[in-house]
Design a protein around this ligand. Structure first.
Ligand code: SF4
Length: 323
């Protein structure tokens, strides 16, 4: 028997693959990517993009090949080319600077992130101090903090932070959350805050978005039956990293984040009879399809798509691109 034949006969064992639904692109990511694509179509290359438009390596590489130039700050952009702000949102100072420089800019901030910004402003205007539950340094958190003057918002990352939080002065309190957090971790943090500050509204209205919630629910439904769950997504994608944690907590024996099929170490599948597959909100469906093809090439795979919620949310593109 040739080595190849030996590998094939050994590896093409039966494998049940459970495909989470919903998975992959959300409406905010889809809109942000379309904004860059349409901007390149309409204004020609290069179009500058401040920060990775969405946290996915493949998406960023594809847009780079089309003529997008990704930069960290506005200082890295010339005045005379369009610039797109990423889906995660930006501090107020960013569009203000772009206006002062008379730059053409397109804001790809997800409308659900903008909604959090508006709520934070409303609380501030009503004299409340805001507790923001989120991850320090994440661009969405930087953007939300940057909607208000320094000191108006306190960041709380963990239950321990919630226990240690001290109210500055005697202002009434309100809270907001990053959109891509773990629903369960956030509920725990909110319960801690609510116990300490009963005046806070009941924790029923977190800002965790529909896409994050639905993808976490979908992975919870299949995790307990899976020996391994593969989450397609990049390491800097908050909602993708959360899916790995949720899968493990919901009973998967193992869960791993992979950018694409090439990152799978097939030894992970030794002894696996049920494999779960899902993808973060910034991961394109083609990567999931390629992963399934790679699984089929090695196993006698029986793919079952879970019967989850079919999402119908869409967001409009900015007028500058549709007029
Ligand atoms: Fe918007 Fe949620 Fe998608 Fe983020 S994950 S872009 S908040 S829909």
């Amino acid at each position: 028997m040739t080595p190849t034949a030996s590998i094939l006969s050994h590896d093409r064992r039966r494998l049940t693959v459970r495909l989470a639904t919903p998975r992959g692109f959300c409406a905010g990511v889809d809109r942000a990517i379309q904004i860059v694509e349409r901007a390149i179509e309409k204004f020609g290359a290069p179009v500058y993009v401040r920060h990775e438009i969405v946290h996915n390596r493949h998406v960023v590489e594809r847009l780079k090949a089309m003529g997008a130039v990704f930069v960290k700050e506005l200082d890295d952009c010339p005045d005379d080319r369009p610039v797109v702000f990423s889906a995660h949102g930006v501090p107020k100072s960013v569009p203000a600077t772009a206006r002062a420089r008379e730059m053409m800019f397109l804001d790809a901030t997800c409308p659900l992130v903008s909604k959090v910004h508006v709520e934070a402003e409303r609380h501030h205007a009503a004299g409340r101090h805001i507790i923001l539950i989120g991850h320090a340094g994440h661009p969405e958190v930087i953007g939300t903090l940057g909607q208000l003057p320094s000191g108006a918002i306190s960041l709380v990352e963990t239950v321990e932070d919630a226990e240690g939080f001290r109210r500055p002065g005697d202002a009434p309190l309100a809270y907001a959350t990053q959109t891509t957090l773990s629903v369960d971790d956030t509920a725990e943090i909110l319960a801690t805050l609510k116990r300490r500050f009963p005046e806070l509204p009941d924790p029923h209205k977190e800002d965790i978005c529909y896409a994050t919630t639905n993808r976490q629910d979908a992975v919870k439904r299949l995790a307990a039956d899976c020996d391994l769950v593969l989450v397609v997504g990049s390491a800097n994608s908050s909602n993708s990293v959360r899916l790995v944690e949720v899968a493990l907590r919901a009973g998967a024996r193992d869960a791993r984040l992979v950018d694409d099929a090439a990152q799978v170490d097939w030894a992970w599948l030794d002894g696996v009879s049920t494999l779960g597959i899902t993808a973060g909100a910034s991961a394109p469906e083609q990567l999931i399809e390629a992963l399934i093809d790679a699984v089929r090439a090695r196993f006698d795979a029986h793919v079952v798509e879970d019967d989850g919620e079919r999402e119908t949310v869409t967001f409009k593109l900015p007028r500058e691109l549709t007029a």
